[in-house]
Write a protein that binds this ligand. Sequence first.
Ligand code: FAD
Length: 480
Amino acid sequence: MELDALELLRGGLPESAAPRRRIVVVGAGMAGLTTAMLLKDAGHDVVVLEGQNRLGGRILTHRGFAGDMYGEFGAMRFPEQHPLVQWLIRDRFGLETRPFPMYDEDTFVFLQGKGVRRRDFDASAFTFDLSAREAERTPHDLLRQTVQPLVDVVEGEEPGKAWQRLLADYDKYTLLGYLKERGLGDGALAMLGPLFNLESRYHFSLVEWFSHYYEDVFGHLVYIVDGADALPRAFEPQLMDDIRLGAQVHAVEQDDRHVRVHFRTGRRSQVVTADECVITVPFASLRHMEIEGLDPDKWYAIRNTYYGRAHKLFMQFSERWWESAYGITHGLTVTDLAIRNIVYPPAGQDTRFRKGVMIASYCWEQDSMPYTPLAAEESIAQALEDLVKIHPEARDTFEFGVYKDWALDWFACGIGPLFRPFEMSEAFYDDVIRPVNRVWFANDACDRRHRRWVEGALKAAVKNAYAIHSGVRDHMPWRD
Ligand SMILES: Cc1cc2nc3c(=O)[nH]c(=O)nc-3n(C[C@H](O)[C@H](O)[C@H](O)COP(=O)(O)OP(=O)(O)OC[C@H]3O[C@@H](n4cnc5c(N)ncnc54)[C@H](O)[C@@H]3O)c2cc1C
C-alpha cells in the first residue's frame, strides 16, 4: 500500500478510532515541525524537544550582511518537482517565491588553470584524454548516452514498476562503477566530474544520482523571498507553545506502555513521559543518544546511514561585479580549484545597494575536507585567492566572508544522508524506516526518493504521523 502523502499533508490525518495520544517529537527541523503539526491538528497532545535555540535545523538563514541581504547556509532552493514542500510554502503558508535558476551560459568553467564561459566550453582546448567516440559528443550528450539504459527503464515501464526495476537491477552500482562499466575512459570521467559536479557523487548510489538527474531537480527551482527560514518560522503561531527550545535529548527509555525521554537544559536533566516518541534528529547525531530497546539490525542501519560533509562560504562585496562585468545574475561556476563551486544567488540580494553576496565556495563530501582543518579566517582568505583567479574584481571589492562547515555542526553531524550501493533496497532500507516499539524515526534519511531534501523530511513526517495516528505499528505502508 502506498500513501498519498500530499493529500494527507493537505487534508490532515483521517478520522481514526485509535485513542488520543501524548507524543514527544525530538527535533524542530522540518520533519519534527511537520510531524507535530499533523498530530496536533488531529487532536493529539504534542511536545517538541529541540536542542538548539531556534527552529529549522538544516534550514539556516544567515542575516549578518549589509541591508536586507542574507545567505542560506542550509537549504536554499526548492524544486518544483517536490509537491509537499511547494504546497507548504505556497498554499499553506503563502510565502512568496521566485525562480532560482542554476544554469547560466554566462558562468564559467575554470579547469586546468583556464577559464571559459560555459557556452564556449570545448573539451579539445583542455587536456582530457578522450577516445574518438567521447570527443565527438558534447559532454552533455556523452553523459546522457552513457546512462541511456536507465532512461529506457523509466520511459519503458509504468512508474511504480520502473522504480522497482531500477532498484532491482542497478542498486548494486556506484555512479563511477556504472560509468566505467559502460565504457567511459578516465579522461572522460575527469572531464564530466567537475563539469556536472559528479566527483563528489562518484562513489555513491547510481540510482539516487540518476533519479535526481532524470527528474532534472536542479532545472526548476524556487527560493523563498523572505529567506528559507520563513518556512520553519511559519509554524510558530501553531506550535511555539508546544516546543521546548534548548532541550538536548540524550536518552530514551521505553516499555510496552510508555516512553521516557531524558533531556538537558543547561546543567539540568529533565524527563518527559509520553505514549510515543518520534525521533527526527539526523542518525549521525542520534548516535550520541542512548535509546532503549533498539535491536542490532536497527543499530546497524543507523550506524551505516552515511552522512556527508559540506560547507558554504559566503562573501560580501562592495559591488555585484558579477552582474556589471560579466552579465551573470544566477547559476554556478565550476572549477577544479579548492573552492569547486561558485554560486551567484539571486536570493538574498538587496538591490537598493550596489553591494552583493555570493557563495564563493560550495563543496560536498571530500571536496569540503581541505577546508575543515582551517580556522574560519584562513578558509575565507584561501577561498578569496582561488576566486580572484577566476574573477580578479573580487580582490578590491571584498568586504568580509562567513563560513559554515556542516561537518562541525553538533546537531547536524554533516549535510545529510546519501545512499551507497545496496542501501536503497531490501532489508537495509526497511531497517532505516522501521519503528521499534514506541520509538519512531522520521528524518530526511527515512524517505527513499527524496533523501537529503526537505521533501524527504516532509514525507517521512507525514508517513510516521499517519502510522501513529492510525495505530499501524507492525507493517510499513510508507516504504517509498
Ligand atoms: C548545506 C545544505 C544545503 C541544502 N540544500 C537543500 C536545498 O537546497 N533544498 C532542499 O530541499 N534541501 C536542502 N538541504 C537538505 C535539507 O536541509 C534537509 O533535508 C532538511 O532540512 C532535513 O530536515 P530534518 O527535519 O530531517 O532534519 P534537521 O533539519 O537536521 O532537524 C533536526 C533537528 O533536530 C535537532 N536535534 C539534533 N540533535 C538533537 C538532540 N540531541 N536533542 C534535541 N534536538 C536535537 C536539530 O537541532 C534540528 O533542529 C540542504 C542541507 C544542507 C545542510
